[in-house]
Design a protein around this ligand. Sequence first.
Ligand SMILES: [Zn+2]
Ligand SMILES: [Zn+2]
Length: 593
Amino acid sequence: MPEPIEERVELEALPRGERLARMRHSAAHVLAEAMLELMPEAELGIGPPTDTGFYYDFRLPRPLTQEDLAWLRRRMRKSIGRRLPFRMEAITRAEAEERWRDQPFKLDLLAGLEDGAITQCTHGGFTDLCRGGHVNHTGEIPAFKLMSIAGAYWRGDEANPQLQRVYGALFETREELEEHERRLEEARKRDHRRVGRELGLFAFSDDVGPGIPLFLPKGETVRHLMESYVRELQERAGYQHVWTAHLVKGALFERSGHKEHYASAMFPPMRDGETELYLKPMNCPSHMALFNAEQHSYRELPLRYAEFATLYRYEKSGELSGLTRVRALTQDDAHVFCAPEQIGDEFARALALVREALETYGFTEYRVALSLPDAGGGGKFVDDPERWERAVAALRAAMEASGLAYAEEEGEAAFYGPKADFITKDVLGREWQLSTIQVDFIGPGRMGCAYTGEDGREHTPVLLHRAVTGSTERFLGVLIEHFGGAFPLWLAPVQAVIVPIADRHAPYAEAAATTLREAGFRVEVDARAERMNAKIRAAQLQKVPYMLVAGDREAEAGTVSVRVRTGEDLGAMPLANFLARVGRERETRALAP
Ligand SMILES: [Zn+2]
Ligand SMILES: [Zn+2]
């Protein structure tokens, strides 16, 4: 017989996160109860809480509809209104197997549980296999909404049956729920896939293949500007730009260890006789081979190689998503070869560079996760724990000196060395891991990199792997959403549209456009036979920073009437004044006019 487990909780006394998790998970139970009423043949998966609500996975005889969601929600509200207590009980394996004999996923979960650790939870007439973590009764489930239906594989494995996942949002108050919905709506509006299409930035083609983005002229303009900017930063910081090809012999990846540790992320090789050739998934081995192509002395260190390299990574087609998860990506990759005592200094310089770039792009909120080995456990990773510890101390000192907010994550370091990841918050409060700096004690030795030291002997350099934007594609996807497509002037693919009021003003508009183009601005003239307001509206929708109206008065006075995409009207000004204004804005890479 089931044995009751006393589980009275004082919700108010719990930390907010745990309280919400209990409410959310309890709502998942109520959802499963409702689903069994809607479709008694439903097979139940799992129903955990999420950061914003909950979900439950089901195998169902037919696809769910929006009407089903509405029905389920009404049915859930009924259970909630009845304030049904959640009752936890310990049961034996035999009892559990009997109860869920028609529920294959529950039986599968059961198989993974230890005898004596099997519990179930009942509210009303519904019982689920469950570890616990509920509210006291259904009446304690607050404001929620069933949001969407998605496909999910059982245990996340494509080899398993596909289930339907119902997502719910749940917050303690109606206001918080509404705020969440507003944020979702804003995220939908800013979705880079949608904005990318509307602004003509990029496209995907079935003829080319999944996860391989194609950049339209405007998108290529933005990419180019992003790369030029980072190139400028890097040149100022003493980097040298190199170029290495997309194909690399398999033997190099064998030596670097990538074939062993990274094979699942690589496309299968091409063959040239006995030789295997791979599309490179990363640059490090190529840059080390490049380093090895010349003799080096300690006087040349630190030696900083940078490259905008297109890399190919085998992502499962189900995991591809817009520009954020692609199979062809371009990394603003750099490798700094330095002497061990230069690590701290080089790390600090890389930090400063990443910081400047992020701030230029308007990411003012970010934190750094410094991944370190377990305390005193450097030896687990490398044969020279003392050197590792000195490096960790140098990184810490550099972090402290930078004044950046950072958190140390012990035991998270890669096997080859400690690293710093920048986690950036966008305008919607979502976090993205973009930039990274990694210290590598292993790679250079493995690849036979060496320099002649002051003592005349051979030494192995330490390698810093560093990416400012990470992947140009992914960074651009994040940027599009961060700016909602309204790029700052320096980055906008079209910086101004000139709108002649009537046909007779077209020559003046063209002349003004020429003047601006000669000053290096990207300008279009909208000479279509449309009303002026329609043209201004069109340019606003394309998020063009400036609209310049040219009519009789302007043509006579050599002026343009300037509107900002936000709707602000700056009035008429001589073309030269406008040029000076946008010149400054471009020069400083200002985020707003
Ligand atoms: Zn439960
Ligand atoms: Zn690297």
